[in-house]
Design a protein around this ligand. Sequence first.
Ligand code: PMP
Length: 458
Amino acid sequence: MKQNTEAWRALDAAHHLHPFSDTKGLNAQGARVITRAEGIYLWDSEGNQIIDGMAGLWCVNIGYGRKDLAEVAKRQMEELAYYNTFFKTTNPQVAELSKLLAEVAPEGFEHVFYTNSGSESVDTMIRMVRHYWSSVGKPEKKVLIGRWNGYHGSTIGGASMGGMTYMHEQGDLPIPGIVHVEQPWYYKHGKDMTPEEFGLAAARWIEDKILEVGADKVAAFVGEPIQGAGGVIIPPATYWPEVERICRKYDILMVCDEVICGFGRTGQWFGHELYGVKPDLFTTAKGLSSGYLPIGAVFVGERVAQGLIEHGGDFNHGFTYSGHPVCCAVARANVTALRDEGIVARVREETGPYMQAKWRETFGQFDHVDDVRGVGLIQAFTLVKDKQKRELFDNWGTMGLACRDIFFRENLIMRACGDHIVAAPPLVISKREIDEMLGRAARCVEEFERVVVRGQPG
Ligand code: PMP
């Protein structure tokens, strides 16, 4: 394997354009070649064992190396590798998965629409929401409200819905009819308030936007229960219930993007359940198949489903692979395992609380680490210049990258989102593995403070 590393790097540099990457810089350095994985561990082509504290891209909930999922895929490929669900046809796998998803979802979500990714789920949701309003006689309700620093994918719809300005800058986004409000980031925006007061204030920014646009023109508010790629921004407990109240008041659909939070990440099946709210729709992908195959789903609540079914006629939308039998079979095996092996329950009752206690104990003591936070198996902290003053470093993101690079060198995958350092390991991580991961992370943060912040020799 070792001798192949350079060859693979050369091929990759010659022919592969990587997502979210500066190809020139990457090629100069050479990509790390990941060759196999088991549980929470990855191995690269040099034989290094790496702790995957990010579950891939927040998706390998069930952990790597499940042979039973591979078997299911193989059997399904042999039996029915593909057929579409467009023209009056279905397949057993998509029907069975849909029933299972209705079982694990909170009450009132009896219908799903299938996609291949989180971005496609978000695009589907945008078109579905607009089609819903026009089907029930309110075609002028078209505007969707998202949040700055929210992440909803990379397609034109998803990137528009998200609030990443560096994405908007490439390709003239957002598209018309999508507007944004400030994110509920207490540490930065809530200084003179209690978290509870700030949660209400942040929700009311949405109300202000609704009034500015005109409630009769607003179709939906869209938010991640916890902002993932934005840096694991956990809103105060008062935020979502107030958002729900405002959406109901103005008759605006409330949409949760559960692409990261869904399928057990927070210890609940879906992140919005943490906050006791009930969205009209929610988007998923990632943990639905634990990344073993690409599949996403939009969960459609009763109101929208009935509106579409009774009044919508043809919904002129769908993907060649919507309801792909192999992806559905694997998703079904994955969701069944998450439920029947008690994996989600264990995150809620055991490993989640253990991680959260240890995470706070481990990182709370550093001079330049603050806002140590998390729930279930999604957590973060923020690198800060001055803890007392709650002052962030200048040049947002520079310190995060420097810290992330130390993790990377030490064979630990944790991610920098600006100067937020985030982690979301596979949900099967054990307490011993949590200790191992946090021990390694702590040594890296100690080096970061000593070498990068204080400029002492490495
Ligand atoms: N929504 C959210 C909340 C996400 O975190 C992501 C991906 N990180 C997406 C949508 C897009 O998903 P995908 O990359 O599968 O298109």
